[in-house]
Design a protein around this ligand. Structure first.
Ligand SMILES: CC(C)(COP(=O)(O)OP(=O)(O)OC[C@H]1O[C@@H](n2cnc3c(N)ncnc32)[C@H](O)[C@@H]1OP(=O)(O)O)[C@@H](O)C(=O)NCCC(=O)NCCS
Length: 235
């Protein structure tokens, strides 16, 4: 995130939540940036994925939007009003301009969550270059009222399904290692962990360091064919 964006976000947060909450939020962001900036990078072969059965207690509808004009004013407001409207609007416009698709998941006609995909490239420098047929999944969000019901893994599986009809490459997604809800959610999808990485972009150059830790085993546990046949040893 650029310094100007960070200042803009902090200013809006200050207006909404007051000084004490803002100081706590800035401390948390600082700690995460300095000590918990590792990302687990996950992949899924679009030609080989086996989609798991996700049980969701409600009927959900998934829609793919390819331009801003397809997004209703009400959904745009829902998507932009919960954090920084100015930055959120700018992000949405830039993403559509670069060819990204926005996937909405609706529960009883109301927006429950969303996620983005971009084929062949990423919005920001990535850990490695993507091939033309690869797709990046990013910025997934389920609104608080709908969390914990399997909506995010359901949306991700529907997206993988939709992408696989035209695309035979790999899908990639990354998640901060501190983000337990998203890690848990991704374990319910066909995504498997490639590794753990840190990246820094300086003057247009992106430096990536891959870190050896147990995140790969933690995420992939139970999805290795050997695990499925022989079971995983647990104590
Ligand atoms: C991460 C996120 C997308 C998961 O969506 P979801 O539809 O709730 O996903 P799931 O139903 O699979 O729940 C995932 C985990 O959330 C946690 N959870 C359960 N109920 C919850 C609730 N009411 N509120 C918050 N988190 C809850 C649980 O740890 C759950 O894991 P479990 O099923 O193994 O217990 C959602 O929490 C979210 O939007 N978070 C904020 C944005 C974010 O972090 N996005 C991902 C990075 S781009």
């Amino acid at each position: 995130m650029s310094i100007s964006n960070a200042i803009l976000r902090s200013t809006v947060y200050l207006k909404r939540h007051g000084l004490v909450a803002t100081i706590r939020r800035v401390q948390l962001a600082g700690n995460r940036a300095l000590f918990a900036d590792r990302m687990a990078v996950l992949y899924c072969d679009l030609s080989e994925r086996g989609l798991p059965q996700i049980n969701v207690p409600v009927v959900l509808k998934v829609k793919r939007l390819r331009s801003l004009t397809e997004l209703s004013a009400e959904n745009l407001k829902t998507m932009t009003s919960f954090w920084n409207p100015k930055l959120a609007n700018r992000n949405i416009r830039e993403r559509f301009e670069k060819g990204a698709s926005l996937w909405l998941v609706e529960c009883q006609e109301r927006l429950a969550g969303y996620g983005w995909t971009l084929q062949g490239r990423t919005m920001a420098p990535y850990y490695f270059p993507l091939a033309q047929d690869d797709v990046h999944l990013f910025d997934f969000h389920v609104f608080p009222l709908y969390r914990g019901r399997g909506i995010n893994p359901y949306l991700i599986c529907r997206i993988l399904d939709g992408l696989a009809t035209n695309c035979r490459g790999r899908a990639f997604i990354e998640v901060a290692e501190w983000n337990d809800p998203q890690l848990s959610s991704l374990r319910k999808t066909p995504f498997r962990c490639l590794g753990s990485a840190r990246s820094f972009t300086i003057m247009g150059y992106t430096l990536v360091s891959w870190i050896k830790n147990d995140i790969v085993a933690q995420i992939n546990k139970g999805t290795d064919p050997a695990d499925q046949i022989f079971g995983t040893a647990t104590k």
